[in-house]
Design a protein around this ligand. Sequence first.
Ligand code: ATP
Length: 364
Amino acid sequence: MEKINTLKMKGVTRRFGNTTALHDFHLEMSGGQFVTLLGPSGCGKSTALNCLAGLLDLSDGEILLNDRPIQDVAAEKRGFGMVFQNYALFPHLSVERNVGYGLELRRVPKAEREKRVRSALELVHLAEFGKRYPGQLSGGQQQRLAIARTVVLEPALLLLDEPLSNLDANLRNEMRIELKRIHSELNLTTVYVTHDQSEAMSLSDIVVVMRNGHIEQIGSPQEIYNQPKSPFVAHFMGYINRLPATILGKENGYWLIETANGTQLLGSSTNEETNWQPGQKVVALIRPDETIAEPQAETNRLIGHVQLVEYVGRAYESLVLLTGQGGTQLLAHSGRRQNSGDQIEISIDPDRLLLFSADETENI
Ligand code: ATP
């Protein structure tokens, strides 16, 4: 199997009739990386994955494996392995035979086959389950079997399409750790599809945030989380509090903004080229867990009244109606339970109060 040094998708476009599912998609990865395609339903994640796998033809563009075009190479000749959301296991074959089936087709001699099946089952911690049938395994075990069945073929690239979406919350967390372990043990170049931002954050070297068949942003999990370049990415990463404001100018390296009731706050732009003039309408996007009720800090404060309180584990999340801000409500976190009707102050770190032009934030 050809080892991956580099894998590139260049200008890949895929149309279905009048729908462009993937538009001018560019992605470069190097051997051993874990790349995640992240975005809401219908944004083109599976289309991108299927184009890579060779299950879909491209309408335009090319795919280069070690700088050699492979878009016309048949799926089974690419040497890639895919794990599907529904696992696609053979119910009438034992666990061992499920794993060994691909090796049988490739006429791998029995002794070597048995050795590779054993080590694949050990890798996914299913060594004791070889004689069972898929129907006798839990959801998480079936998932691991699907992975074993794919990695036993030693693919150059592992493609995973929402592999954890059929599992309950606890199992998802466990399997996430398992996936991370398997990836680091095999150092296997992986492309993973999910709409779950926390999965993308915890697993990936590179996250590709997609929207309507386009790439919105590519970066490390830290970059995507801390420096979302567009309101769409920010909102998708949990910056769901919105506060309209007007630019007054710059102060100490931050933007100085004025909210509806005249309160002045400092905020940041994730785009270094931003050159707003005083009077520019902006919207601040902030994560609830960075909107702090009962703040210690003296700066960047807003006043409001608590309307609803929810316990979210580790903290209370309050819905706060800001005073004199035209009905704007924010979700804020605090360690202590607030009561409905309480007046509270909230504070936001200027580095975590992200500003975008108001017109950019209309369609998120
Ligand atoms: P999900 O998370 O729901 O699986 P996705 O991000 O993987 O979504 P895709 O399945 O790639 O999205 O679909 C992207 C767009 O292309 C959607 O608008 C979808 O309806 C359309 N599409 C995908 N496959 C086909 C097809 N075979 N025929 C027609 N349209 C398709």
